[in-house]
Design a protein around this ligand. Sequence first.
Ligand code: ZN
Length: 293
Amino acid sequence: MRPLLVCPGCRGPLADVTGGLRCEPCGAVYPVVSGVPHFAGGGVESGPGFKERLAARAPSIYRAARLGARVLFPVWNTRSVKNLRRLEGEVFAENRSPVVLNAGSGDASGPGMSALSGRFRARMINLDTAVLPAVNLRADVGGIPLADGCVDLVLAKALLEHVPGPDAVIGEFARVLRPGGRVYVEMPWLEGYHGYPGDYRRWTAEETSRVFAGHGFAEAETGIVAGPASAAGLFFREFLGSFFDNPALKFLSKDVIGSVLVFLWRFLDIYLARKKSARVLAAVVYYIGVKGK
Ligand SMILES: [Zn+2]
């Protein structure tokens, strides 16, 4: 990754200095901590929430709850695995050593990510402002510290609803992608507000396509990641949780009772997500775009 890095402020070249990187043209210095360049600092970290406190106080209960949450999670993802495998095949067919930018990677897990080959995942730059073990480039998506045209594929899974200025971010995707490079977007259509730390919008696949076209992308494909049954389950759980502001009672009503009540609904999406009318109440949609030559 090192040869691809540029200053996010002025896009100038970076020189290695003790403990970090220094931009020659503008003089900005960026620390490198445990091998991870930090181009963004602060901002996102907040104090421990209810889940973090539970994890610290009662780790076995927390682990059981987390496993339960995974098993009972109301979303049936019908598409991510297929989409990501296909993109891996297409990208490798064009470039044997591709650069993949996982923008807003979080812990680089998430639906479909484990379906990618280890060889492909090893090519991945996991960019996030959060400090997580998987993050190997700490930076803001509005100022990506990568050279123009060096990326083959940008993944933006559940990212764009969380950025205040999406045009700047999509402009950055267009800049770092090579001509013919691909972008893969997953975005909620019908999900409740979920700010980590902010939640700014919902886009249909049509709107995603329109906005990306404004940045020189051609739509390759759009569709549904999770259908109406997933949306119904998510909303019912949130509805139960909305009776309580107390975090422990919300957790009990939404994550425990709500999840147990609705977890079987999601399997209806095996049937429903394939129907034309699935887009009306889809929980999550996707967009694949190709950058113009
Ligand atoms: Zn600079």
